[in-house]
Design a protein around this ligand. Sequence first.
Ligand code: ZN
Length: 109
Amino acid sequence: MTEAPEVVRIPILPFGLVNAHLVVGATGAVLVDAGLPDTERAVEKALQSRGMSWHDIRLIVVTHAHIDHAGNAARLRALTGAPVCAHEGDAQHYRQREHMTFCATGTFG
Ligand SMILES: [Zn+2]
């Protein structure tokens, strides 16, 4: 029997303003959203809390091209070696032809 994956919330900003999520399965994890630039320590802490390291992330899914979801994707790709999956409709943002904007996803967002 296969166990259901565990979803670990990763606080990127305090008070639940911005979060990423780690979906942990038996053979690795999927990171859903990459957080703001320079917030990789929050992801690393979540990995360490489950006895995992950067290379246990098999895939990074970026839900949309706001900086609080996608801003650290390139850095996390370099740290993990995992591919980044995103919607092609946001490609102009990822190619830096259009600026990213910001949204908050928590209680106050
Ligand atoms: Zn957003």
